[in-house]
Ligand binder design. Sequence first.
Ligand SMILES: Cc1ncc(COP(=O)(O)O)c(C=O)c1O
Length: 460
Amino acid sequence: MSVQERVVYLAGDGIPKYWYNILPDLPEPLPPPLDPETKEPVSPDKLSLLFPMELIRQEVSSQRFIPIPEDVREVYRLWRPTPLIRAIRLEKLLKTPAKIYYKYEGVSPPGSHKPNTAVAQAYYNAREGVERLTTETGAGQWGSALSFACHLFGLDCRVYMVRVSYEQKPFRKVLMRLWGAEVIPSPSRETPIGSKILEEDPENPGSLGIAISEAIFDAANNDYTKYSLGSVLNHVLIHQTVMGLEAREQIKLVDDYPDIIVGAVGGGSSFSGLFWPFYYDKVSGKAEKDVSFLAVEPEACPTLTKGIYAYDFGDTARLTPLLKMHTLGHNFIPPPIHAGGLRYHGDAPTLCLLVKNGIVDAVAYNQVEVFEAARLFFQSEGILPAPESAHGVKAAIDEALKCKESGEEKTILLMLSGHGYFDMKAYEDFLQGKLLPYSYPEDKIRENIEDLVREKLIFY
Ligand SMILES: Cc1ncc(COP(=O)(O)O)c(C=O)c1O
């Protein structure tokens, strides 16, 4: 193990051997996914149309520590353990007494945290005889991670990419295609759902909800094909804990412990992957401090801060089971902001349960202030954050500035989930003053939700 002034590495086999599963440690049982027809908990049989059995087992597992298969650890070795970096220059720039550490996942082959689960999912699917995976992607981070993982395990891959991102982020498509995947802009004419949407609105920018519907339809109607999701579900968040488990060891090496952990939330996988192991410390009485957790989202898609906690579909075409989560309604189409990966109407049920219980706080920012924060981070730390990750950066800076006011020497741990070097169009628009500070009006959200409640398409 080596400790340097600024960067904390875990040398050699510092990759954890187990993932952590939060389910046995939640403050109350997680409301189960429901079958939309019967409103009864969905049976594993129904889920097996979409997912391999091992992932279904992990989804409902009460086992606290789940072994990471050696074949998955072997692939993780390409880029893991990832560095934990102290943002010394940013701290100096802000003149804050706070210490800011960031766990940097941009060093992975596709440039984000997403392959931590993509590799595991491709591995389990391949082991169970699946030959092809379908998925959705927003900004293209998840799509490129799954393309990479499918290539490694010999699976075909089809990615439905939200149209607005397909147009804004041309180079992520190239990455996916280089790894051998097929990339289709969504809504598309490949599925009845996409065709119907395009007939009604040929200019539809797409949304993650629509792309999920298309990918699920495709998987359910093709042999040897399953569907893969990049966030929200328990098994995805479990795989992401490899980050928090490493970070916990790394921060110990510099004799520190976080007072607050912050991270952007699209579906909740990167933030949960970082904070869950520290949550475990807290509930098992091992935490050195009373660490708090802060989820950050865009004002254009304010799920945790303005959504309601209810049972809703995970996709627009209502193909998924009902999930109990904070939601803006499954028909919500957020404005086309540049953080494509944060344009999702719901969030992980585990995260929502913790928000409801007051264990995780949430805050929302508009994209202009987020990009300002990203620029500051880039200028001081030399890494350009993904627009999604930049939401966490903004919150970390605000926390550090609060410390400046109060004189507190807090330790802030930030999830820097990916780099933004494929997001140059977004940064160019920012420099040219073309970004709008979108914020979604609360009364519109209420109206939408009330309509869905009236139609019995959403319930508490
Ligand atoms: C770099 C990056 N960070 C964060 C997110 C948000 O997703 P999640 O909340 O599941 O981490 C995304 C989603 O695409 C992403 O690409």
